[in-house]
Design a protein around this ligand. Sequence first.
Ligand code: NAP
Length: 250
Amino acid sequence: MTRPVAIVTGGGRGIGATIAARLAEDGHDVAVLDLSEDACQESCAAVKAHGARALAIAADVSDEVAVERAVRQVSETLAPPFVLVNNAGILRDRTVTKMSLEDWNAVINVNLKSVFLTSRTCFPYMMKGGGGRIVNLSSTAALGTFGEANYSAAKAGVIGLTKTLALEGGRHAITANVVAPGFVVTEMTRAVADRNGLEFEGLVEQMKRETCVGRVGRPEDVAQAVSFFADRRSSYTTGQLLFVAGAPRG
Ligand code: NAP
């Protein structure tokens, strides 16, 4: 039997790398997209270790032409995508009076515009293939976070966009859902600690106290939720927002 193909953006490290490996373990072939092909190699090796085919593609997901080229390459090399995981994301934290338009645009483009571009490009392939699964990464920051006007707005936008994709995709057997993590240990959160002059372990202790499960998140926690939404059998679950944050949110 042919394995369904999944695209994971920002799959070179962190949560995206773990999602790529998990989807391979679940039975998918995986295309790993990141800013450079080199950044994808380790993730591709992990995908192959599960007996899956892997494809590394350098693509800036905020670039319309790059996205179209990447999805075409996936379709021609592996097969048209059944799963699209929009995971690529960046931070440019500043309080609002200090936030430049460049900080605003960069974050909106990578975290929100990219989800529109990849979804718009994958939709026709999924329609032709008889269906698909779109899983978008938001964040608890969508509820508002000090110093993250750009990121909060982008991650809230992802929720509205996903619900609309669910409405428009339903009749084509395409589902669209959102996973919104709380604090997860990755390079992204280490950089937050560095930028704020905090010891990472101190930040982890602080974030632990904001959960009710007494620990912070791991990339595997997020991959577990993505795996459910990406499953072919999850065809009656669409337009949903799932917080993976160790505590009730929303
Ligand atoms: P990460 O460690 O910074 O990884 C993000 C990946 O995306 C990196 O490989 C990065 O490449 C890539 N990327 C950045 N801009 C890109 C672009 N324009 N095109 C293609 N790839 C790009 O982040 P993470 O912590 O794993 O986060 C993954 C997702 O989860 C993000 O959407 C983030 O907002 C969300 N999230 C994370 C947390 C958390 O606590 N970590 C919480 C809530 C939500 P480079 O390394 O080259 O920059």
